[in-house]
Design a binder for this molecule. Sequence first.
Ligand code: HEC
Length: 108
Amino acid sequence: MPRLPALFPLAVLLFGMPPLDAAELAPGRAAELERLVLQDCGSCHGLTLKGGLGPDIRAPTLAGRSTEGLAAIVLHGVPGTPMPPWHPLLSEAEAQWIAEYLLNGGAP
Ligand code: HEC
């Protein structure tokens, strides 16, 4: 049986990188962001996000895309298209949370 301190690096290795999302959000903000995604984003991307005026942004369709890339689209929009920039309403951490929400197909 190894002594506890010997296990510490292993624990860091296994559990070390905490997810970058929930911890940085204000309390209660995750529920608000989920509502925003379903209502505001859903108004263009469809109530189930499977596409409307905006394209399908469900998890299987977005598979392989990076959290950072999607968060940048959310923050800055897609110029020349109806996809608006959300940075007036959302922080970077919140856009990342939404990107993970989309990639996971639900709250992280
Ligand atoms: C006014 C309509 C509208 C709203 C509201 C809207 N979008 Fe979009 N969105 C679009 C359109 C149109 C595109 C496609 C842009 C293009 O042609 O590249 C798009 C593209 C995207 C993409 C890129 C998809 C891809 O495959 O590259 C993501 C991700 C996205 N939107 C997420 C969101 C999220 C998250 C929200 C809410 C915070 C949101 N959108 C709100 C219209 C909208």
